[in-house]
Design a protein around this ligand. Sequence first.
Ligand code: HEC
Length: 150
Amino acid sequence: MNREKFFPILIAVAVAVVVLPVFADARAGDGESMGLRTVMKRLGQDMQAVTGAISREDWAMVEELAPGIARHAEPPMAEKVRILRWLGVDAGTFREFDAQVERAADGMAGAAARGDGPQVIHAFAEVQQACLGCHQQYRKPFAKHFYGRR
Ligand code: HEC
């Protein structure tokens, strides 16, 4: 193969191997949202619905909503792998916040089943603490890493 033919091929290969994956990775967060955001939006809606149910003292509704908060949907497996790789040694702390959400939401369901309003509100505050704890520690770095500076 002569040089005139070889170099364009070499450059095409270099673009394919080196440059395109960089754009692909940037795009992954740039146009689209992460699956986690969809999960979070739903969590936010469910927590709002619980607030409404507490105001109405509708404990049956709180009991119905709580398991969906405790065992909420998860992002697709490939995204979970990306998130865990990004978290590295922090994965345990991140998951512990999620485990706190689960325990507190289960406690809220139990209190609702007993019709114990004050305990429902206490457990609700514990759920919120866990949401806030994770957000304060990870939301900004998460956005920076997966969506870039915006
Ligand atoms: C283990 C960590 C963690 C826990 C626990 C957690 N979140 Fe989040 N949350 C995140 C991260 C990270 C983001 C940013 C996601 C993004 O920008 O794509 C986020 C974003 C959000 C958003 C904004 C979504 C949007 O439209 O941009 C809402 C609402 C939300 N969370 C609600 C909740 C609620 C309610 C709880 C508790 C029941 C909760 N989260 C618990 C990590 C967590």
